[in-house]
Design a protein around this ligand. Structure first.
Ligand code: NDP
Length: 292
């Protein structure tokens, strides 16, 4: 069994980005600049945004965190988005989700200039991605593709089962893995909560991508020997014996599934760290694409 180590791979990617930033500085150019908009003070969102900002510092990017009150109106938020679209010093930005209930998330995401949409959630980017054109690929599926590519996991002609059809993980990874090229050329099945007899599908899959958010859902009896398992799930499970009062669990019963797998991602330390690295990669791309 080989561990697909997202922590190590994401560090390698960040080091590569760091070198590119040094070259940009040496050439006397402005370094890439990522902005993050955070509405309200949800604990998990604060943690995610905090680590995105820290990662920017690490690679030498400029970063701006825009914190807005929980009760901001949709119009005021849209004005902020417009400012960011106009600001020539900002290469890309993200709006941390979820937004408060009184704000229409779709309206906000549609207002983001696709050229600055480093999360890759705008329909223009999603459409371009689906058509094999240059696009910002959502960071989590982009990270999965990088892991498969860098570990040279065979995907061509393999049967890949993706469990979960969300717009940010399941749907895009199912598209990417069915496309031509590295980490692609797979025969993809996309499963969801209405799928019947899921176990018969997981058992025949060469690659299983789990993105549903149910801790330890995939067990050893559901997979075949030699399977590749990508675990996207991140769920906080209460655990009083832990100082934080919880532990992070993936969608895979790791120990028992790892015993049958050829390749597997751990949780934590698998897909999670790759997501931030790929957000940085998209910001670097934003600067390069918008300049040319
Ligand atoms: P969503 O909740 O948006 O989607 C979950 C999907 O799982 C849905 O398509 C749902 O089906 C499907 N599903 C739910 N129950 C079952 C079931 N019993 N059998 C088959 N399919 C089922 O989740 P996300 O894609 O946003 O996130 C999934 C997990 O990944 C979460 O734990 C999340 O925290 C984590 N995540 C991790 C990231 C990372 O950086 N590592 C980034 C993003 C998410 P239906 O459509 O029919 O409802």
């Amino acid at each position: 069994m080989k561990l697909l180590d997202g922590k190590k791979t994401s560090t390698e990617i960040k080091e590569e980005i760091k070198l590119k930033v040094t070259a940009i500085k040496t050439a006397g150019e402005r370094v890439p600049h990522l902005a993050a908009v955070l509405v309200g003070d949800d604990g998990a969102s604060l943690t995610y945004v905090g680590s995105k900002v820290r990662s920017c510092k690490y690679v030498g990017f400029e970063s701006t965190l825009i914190r807005l009150e929980e009760d901001i109106t949709e119009e005021a938020l849209l004005l902020k988005i417009d400012e960011l679209n106009q600001n020539e010093n900002i290469d890309g930005y993200i709006v941390q989700l979820p937004l408060p209930k009184h704000i229409n998330e779709e309206r906000v995401l549609l207002a983001i200039d696709p050229k600055k949409d480093v999360d890759g959630f705008h329909p223009a980017n999603f459409g371009r991605m689906a058509l094999d054109l240059d696009a910002f690929i959502p960071a989590t599926p982009f990270g999965i593709i990088q892991l498969l590519e860098r570990y040279e996991v065979p995907t061509s002609g393999k049967h890949c089962l993706v469990v979960g059809r969300s717009h940010i993980v399941g749907r895009p990874i199912s598209i990417l893995m069915s496309q031509k090229g590295p980490a692609g050329d797979a025969t993809v099945t996309l499963a969801h909560s209405r799928t019947q007899n899921l176990k018969s599908l997981t058992k025949q899959a060469d690659i299983v991508v789990m993105a549903l958010g149910i801790p330890e859902f995939l067990t050893a009896d559901m997979v075949k020997e030699g399977v590749t398992v990508i675990d996207v799930g991140i769920t906080r499970v209460a655990d009083e014996s832990h100082p934080k009062g919880y532990v992070i669990k993936g969608d895979v019963a790791f120990d028992e599934v790892a015993a049958k797998a050829n390749y597997i991602t751990p949780v934590p330390g698998g897909v999670g760290p790759m997501t931030i690295a790929m957000l940085l990669q998209n910001t670097l791309l934003a600067k390069q694409w918008n300049q040319s």
